[in-house]
Design a protein around this ligand. Structure first.
Ligand SMILES: [Zn+2]
Length: 250
């Protein structure tokens, strides 16, 4: 069956396809996660319109299952260009895209909303980029149905005390009380009371409100490392896009 399709989407990745073409990986609320070929895309009029993090309306031609999708045209929403001007924002933006591509699941409407919101926030110089990463990972884990309970231990059911530090259980992929943890006393896996309060506080907030909630630089870096470690156990291996960003090494 051959047909033309139009969808909202964001570009997550873009790579060479043969000598002349490019293959873009798109996330759309309606079509999900998929690749589309851009014929002559490296030199043609779509060349600038298919870079990672580009958002807008995508016009596709589908010849499934034989050839998949072809990208015919695109109407982009202009970004500020802040992401590409700062190495930390660029690393984080690539990491978000890699996370979405590697998990390949969840509700695509929710995932599209979260990913575009996070990319827009990273493109705003007034927003602290690391807090966007923390927010993205917590909400991503929730969309995947793997969210841990920060009020009571998922193993023994005991409610946490206000000033209690949590441990982690790698079999459950979840924070838990110290008796139920399987990570020893490893400090890297400890979620302190301040970090837990912060995560509970931002939980119901809209994305922009959430990343505007203050968090000290030290607490932010500690929580970024914790969330990346949490995510790495879910993914099964570290993120390629953050391997050279020593700050967050897990
Ligand atoms: Zn427990």
């Amino acid at each position: 069956m051959e047909k033309n399709l139009t969808c909202q989407a964001i570009v997550l990745a873009n790579k060479k396809w043969g000598d002349l073409h490019r293959l873009v990986t798109l996330l759309s609320p309606t079509l999900g996660l998929f690749d589309a070929v851009v014929y002559g895309g490296r030199k043609g009029k779509l060349a600038g319109g298919i870079e990672p993090f580009s958002r807008g309306t995508f016009y596709l031609y589908s010849n499934r299952p034989k050839k998949g999708y072809t990208l015919k045209d695109v109407d982009l929403i202009a970004g500020d260009g802040t992401i590409k001007g700062e190495i930390e924002r660029l690393y984080i933006a690539h990491a978000l895209c890699e996370i979405v591509i590697r998990m390949h699941g969840g509700d695509y409407g929710e995932l599209f909303h979260l990913t575009t919101a996070a990319i827009s926030l990273l493109d705003d110089p007034a927003i602290e980029a690391k807090r966007v990463l923390i927010l993205f990972i917590t909400r991503f884990i929730k969309i995947m149905g793997l969210e841990g309970d920060l009020n009571q231990c998922p193993q023994c059911g005991r409610e946490y005390q206000g000033e209690e530090s949590l441990s982690f259980n790698r079999t459950l992929n979840s924070p838990c009380c110290h008796s139920c943890g399987d990570v020893g006393g490893e400090v890297a896996w400890t979620l302190g009371p301040g970090a837990r309060r912060y995560l509970l506080y931002i939980h119901p907030l809209e994305e922009r409100e959430a990343v505007l909630v203050p968090l000290s630089e030290t607490a932010t870096i500690r929580l970024v490392r914790y969330m990346l470690r949490y995510l790495t156990t879910i993914l099964g291996s570290p993120l390629k896009s953050l391997n050279t960003a020593l700050l967050w090494e897990v």
